[in-house]
Write a protein that binds this ligand. Structure first.
Ligand code: CA
Length: 623
């Protein structure tokens, strides 16, 4: 809804209304821009921004909707209105009327929508899913006319690795069939909200408007329609959100509501900058000092990303409502929360609790980049923490497993190195309340491509992919990893996030159709497509138990199993064909007579050994 416009009245020459016109134009935003009836939380807090709006008193006359509190802050251009939306309130449109002491009035149209059917019960992503991670600027350019948008300084420049390359929502929407055919059932998009930063804005992590998709990607409506289209193809959507910071060009940075809206605001206002120490362990460290904690939590992530003060209840409510708004508006099945530990940890607990209360089957995965499982498990819902911290976060990115997988594959096999490191790391699952709800991944947008990490070794690559698609947890694959995209000789993010071939008109190589791909790329793509599509309906991989055996002689074996099915996964790092005697596995293989190799589709009888090709991985359905 937009402010009621009365230009016509002015054109009619009713000059005595000119003061009203001025007032009409003085509200430039109300956020959230609309809301819904039927949430468990009946309070809605509106942020109203407009010249001297704090001098006005708001009023609403609509059944079931009432103003319970009006909050004024230091900056007179803001008004926060607590609105009670009664459980029996009906959807509809109404005016919020504002009046000041001299009798000037402003009327602002607002809408409460009806929620879509079963919205609260929606199923979030889980271990039955496989997630495709896309950097939207770099996947496919579906619309050239939005490559450069008037008023947004960072212009289209495909020749610059840190520039905007023109990828957009239309490009993703156009290629949902490819993503679906590959076997993915969820998409996590790097952030799509407006980043009106002068440079280096393509990555999307410097939000300048929390309620607006960046026009270079598309509109809010285009985003919503893409999510809807994906849902029709069996693909859920995970939105990348950032509660820790905004972009330095966020509209409120030019007119801060109060001194405590962002952290280190005093310094900011005199042109100074305090950065975070990035020392994340201190949050659970029993010996950390309060000053270190403050510097970590309140310091800015980088100079172009002001740290939001979630201790301010108005900011906290703003961020919680914003997340709920996007879930409800666009039909999300999940959220990936960026820089999870950098926000105020009490706030993160409440943010997560509120979302999960509204959507009990939803899922949220947090980014805590640590290779220490103890640090990761601290944040998972259900964890009993020594310091009493209670978290409601269902899922985390499994950075420890990500790290150890590449290391374990690359290291030479020794008593204390190689596959044994992967085996040992998994013992830490004992510390997680729910290891099956960890997101596992060979790489992502912030690290070297897995093919590069593995020194472009195709055999090790296949092992890494097969591991991620058969291990406990929810696999996530970064776009392009299926065609061996790499970043040789650099770990520059702009190169890691290179354009997906075939996404741009005139590309000579097209990974969507396979045209121009090298044989090794085609094989990698086929390998992943086969495993992903097989995984789709394998409940034993989604929910089965895991049993693994101490790696010996360069071979690591694990089983996924349930009451009806067994899958045996075998990694052979030896440079030669290797016989694997099966007597060690009797407790789980007892009675097994045959196997089907999922990758080659070869069926064979199980006797007392399996012969493994050199440097290979086998995924066997055994019976
Ligand atoms: Ca475009």
């Amino acid at each position: 809804m937009k402010p009621v416009k009365i230009f016509l009245i002015v054109f009619l020459g009713i000059c005595c209304l000119s003061s009203v016109l001025q007032a009409q134009n003085s509200i430039d935003r109300v956020e959230p821009p609309f809301w819904w009836v039927g949430f468990k939380e009946t309070k809605l807090q509106l942020l109203v921004h407009g010249a001297e709006i704090s001098q006005y008193t708001p009023n609403i006359t609509f059944p079931g909707v009432s103003i319970t509190k009006v909050i004024r802050v230091k900056n007179p251009n803001y008004l926060f209105i607590d609105v009670m939306v009664a459980p029996d309130a009906k959807a509809g449109q109404f005016n919020i009327s504002f009046k000041n002491t001299t009798g000037e009035k402003i009327s602002y149209g607002y809408e409460l929508k009806a929620r879509s059917e079963n919205s609260a019960a929606r199923q979030g992503f889980n271990s039955s899913d496989a997630i495709y991670l896309i950097t939207p600027d770099r996947f496919a350019n579906g619309k050239m006319q939005n490559d450069t948008v008037a008023g947004l300084e960072d212009k289209h420049n495909r020749d610059f690795k840190g520039g905007r390359h023109g990828g957009d929502i239309q490009g993703i929407s156009d290629h949902l069939d490819y993503i679906s055919d590959m076997g993915f059932t969820s998409i996590w998009l790097n952030p799509v909200l407006e980043n009106a930063q002068p440079t280096y804005s393509y990555h999307g992590y410097a939000t300048t408007d929390f309620y607006k998709v960046d026009p270079r990607f598309g509109s809010n409506e285009e985003f919503r329609l893409m999510v809807e289209k994906a849902r029709d193809q069996g693909i859920g959507f995970i939105m990348d959100m950032i509660a820790n910071h905004s972009g330095s060009e966020h509209w409120w940075m030019k007119d801060l509501p109060s001194d405590d809206w962002i952290n280190y605001a005093d310094e900011y206002l005199v042109g100074k900058y305090v950065n975070t120490t990035h020392r994340r362990t201190l949050l659970r460290d029993p010996y950390s000092s309060a000053s270190d904690k403050k510097r970590f939590s309140n310091g800015w992530f980088v100079e172009t990303m002001p740290d939001l003060n979630q201790k301010n209840p108005l900011m906290a409510e703003y961020l919680i409502q914003n997340a709920v708004w996007w879930i409800e508006y666009s039909g999300l099945t999940g959220i990936r929360m960026d820089t999870y530990p950098y926000s105020d940890m009490t706030f993160m607990s409440e943010w997560t609790r509120r979302i999960m209360e509204e959507y009990p089957n939803f899922n949220i995965v947090g980014e805590e980049w640590s290779i220490n499982p103890s640090v990761i498990s601290y944040w998972q819902r259900g964890k009993i923490n020594k310091n009493g911290y209670v978290s409601y976060l269902p899922s985390l990115m499994d950075f420890p497993l990500n790290h150890i997988l590449a290391k374990g594959l690359m290291d030479k096999e020794e008593w204390s190195k190689g596959l044994i490191d992967i085996y040992k790391l998994l013992a830490n699952d004992a510390d997680y309340p729910d290891p099956s709800n960890l997101v596992i991944f060979p790489d992502n947008h912030d690290m070297s491509r897995i093919f590069t990490q593995l020194n472009e070794d195709e055999d090790l690559y296949k092992m890494a992919i097969a591991f991620n698609l058969t291990m406990r947890g929810i696999p996530q694959i970064y776009y392009g990893t299926e065609i061996l995209m790499s970043n040789p000789g650099t770990d520059d993010h702009g190169i890691i996030r290179s354009d997906f071939p075939g996404g741009w008109a005139g590309d000579t190589v097209n990974a969507f159709t396979g045209k121009g791909l090298k044989l090794s790329q085609q094989q990698a793509q086929d390998f992943m497509r086969k495993l992903l599509n097989w995984r789709k309906d394998k409940d034993v991989i989604h929910n089965g138990k895991l049993m693994h055996y101490v790696p010996e002689d360069g071979v690591y074996v694990y089983f996924r199993y349930d009451e009806t099915d067994k899958v045996m996964v075998i990694f052979n790092k030896n440079d030669k064909e290797t016989d694997l005697p099966l007597d060690r596995f009797a407790e789980i293989m007892n009675g097994t007579k045959s196997a089907r190799d999922v990758i080659t589709e070869r069926k064979f009888k199980i006797l007392n050994k399996i012969t493994l090709s050199s440097r290979s991985v086998m995924v066997l359905e055994i019976k």
